[in-house]
Design a protein around this ligand. Structure first.
Ligand code: SAH
Ligand code: F3S
Length: 477
């Protein structure tokens, strides 16, 4: 998921603002980790808006501080712990302050947060946000409160998220929650529970509402969007038990994509994340058919070595992955592809590592999110494998991977030079107030001089004349 991994050294973005007249209490809500967390925070803000809370960016004036947390790597958890001890100091000064932990760390550590660390009053897992009003009442009565029950049904389909801190141009729409894949390194199936899909009608309605309120780009979100499946009024699973009629009328991801593309024909549509094993070529056919579906796929692979893929319980081989990318590019020739890669997984040899590098060169990724393996308690890898690649080796391999990706990113960016791109303006350039910043269909950032009459949320044609590794430089045509 592009932009999903917030720099783990940086504090989570605290972003405003949800206001309802008459609300008197203040909520400071900070999100860490993936796009799903940021999207969930919008649901939390919506629920609490109804409970008398407006969001604030000023932590000093908060009555309630909530951290929506990430467990994906150890460093992500450490960042949250540091932040929590800061809030603990605030609480000493202001005893009426309530501090709560939401999201994956809440789910992973459960009562440990209350028993061992005494840093928080409230612990709420990703499927329990509807219970927040009750839990807050408990904390008001001076008790600690916790709900970390995972659900097989909860999709928050009926809750209209308050759009926080966005640019009013791009928004997330959640379509699935949880993950059933059980990649051996990954904590997500344990913290976010079983996979379930959201009712397509509520998805379409949310997309229409976004269009009507001026949004121009949506990203359909899920841990594994390609396994989206809705049938006979129920969320996925036990499809083998579905009736013939239910099977015939089932909505798969490519069909959902088509429904969205037709419902909001001028809205740009993106989706994340795709999983190679579940990805169907139908999705790329939809991309080719509907110009409003962006020509970009985030297709994590994690490793280029079959040994590692097997140890990771990824359900595909290197060869299958490469032929998927090849077939996708035949259908969508200008397709951009990005990756997630893990360096130094259990038992990774130098040869495995070289396989990763050669796969990267073969695919020529546009972009990548690259990580050193971080063992997570409770995962199959933690239980059954040895985290036996030394830290320095992990780091060196990670650097090799990053270096190749920089090279490949530059090459891909150069291939966009000398052409006109349709760019959606999503903000001002950070470096120069006289320039706009936006993205092309391939998700590459484009920067260009402002012209009169142009505004945020406009689609403009930009001729790209130069580039860096991360940015295309252009002029309006
Ligand atoms: N399907 C999900 C994946 C979530 S995890 C999605 O929506 O993108 C995101 C990425 O973090 C994974 O693709 C993987 O590359 C990385 N990751 C997951 N667990 C990890 C671990 N234990 N150590 C290092 N990186 C990890
Ligand atoms: Fe994690 Fe694999 Fe699911 S990376 S989120 S278990 S697809």
């Amino acid at each position: 998921m592009q932009e999903k991994y917030i720099d783990e050294n940086k504090q989570g973005e605290a972003y405003a603002i949800a206001e309802k007249p008459g609300n008197t209490r203040k909520l400071f809500l900070e999100s860490y980790g993936c796009q799903m967390n940021f999207s969930d925070s919008e649901i939390v803000a919506s629920i609490l808006n109804e409970q008398g809370y407006n969001t604030t960016l000023n932590v000093e004036e908060a009555d309630l501080i909530l951290l929506n947390t990430c467990s994906i790597r150890e460093k992500a958890e450490q960042t949250v712990r540091n932040r929590l001890s800061m809030f603990h100091h605030l609480k000493r000064k202001k005893p009426s302050l309530t501090v709560g932990v939401l999201g994956c760390m809440a789910e992973r550590l459960k009562t440990k947060f209350l028993e061992e660390e005494h840093l928080v009053d409230l612990v709420v897992g990703p499927d329990a946000y509807r219970d927040l009003p009750n839990l807050l009442k408990e904390t008001e009565d001076g008790q600690d409160a916790i709900n970390v029950i995972l659900s097989r049904e909860e999709t928050y389909a009926d809750i209209s998220p308050v759009r926080l801190g966005g640019n009013g141009v791009t928004a997330f729409v959640t379509i699935t929650r949880g993950c059933d894949n059980m990649c051996t390194f990954c904590v997500v199936p344990f913290t976010r529970g079983r996979e379930r899909s959201r009712d397509p009608h509520s998805i379409i309605e949310e997309c229409r509402e976004l269009w009507n309120s001026g949004y121009k780009e949506i990203t359909l979100l899920g841990q594994n969007v390609d396994s989206y499946l809705w049938y006979g009024g129920g969320p996925k699973k036990d499809f083998s038990k579905a009736s013939e009629l239910q099977k015939a009328t089932a909505v798969h991801f490519s069909e959902l994509l088509e429904m969205v593309a037709q419902a909001v024909p001028d809205m740009r549509i993106r989706f994340a994340t795709s999983n190679p094993q579940d990805m169907s070529l139908e999705v790329f056919r939809m991309m080719a058919k509907y110009p409003n579906i962006c020509r970009y796929v985030h297709l994590p692979v994690q490793s280029g070595s079959n040994n590692m893929l097997k140890a990771m319980n990824r359900q595909h081989t290197r060869e299958e992955y490469l032929s998927l990318v090849k077939a996708a590019r035949e259908i969508v020739p200008d397709l951009a592809v990005s990756q997630d890669m893990i360096a130094g997984f259990c038992g990774e040899t130098e040869e495995d590592h070289q396989d990763t590098l050669s796969l990267m060169r073969e695919v020529e990724y546009d972009y990548g999110y690259m990580f050193a393996y971080s063992e997570r308690p409770g995962t199959p890898a933690h239980k059954k494998m040895e985290d036996n690649v030394p830290e320095e080796t992990k780091k060196r391999r990670l650097n090799d991977i990053i270096e190749i990706q920089s090279e490949l990113s530059l090459k891909r960016m150069q291939s966009y030079v000398g052409r006109v791109h349709e760019v959606l303006i999503d903000g001002e350039s950070r470096k120069n107030k006289n320039q706009w910043k936006g993205r092309n269909s391939q998700n590459a950032v484009v920067v260009f001089d402002k012209q009169e009459g142009q505004k945020l949320g406009d689609f403009v044609s930009v001729f790209v004349h130069d580039c860096t590794r991360g940015t295309l430089l252009g002029k309006t045509v």
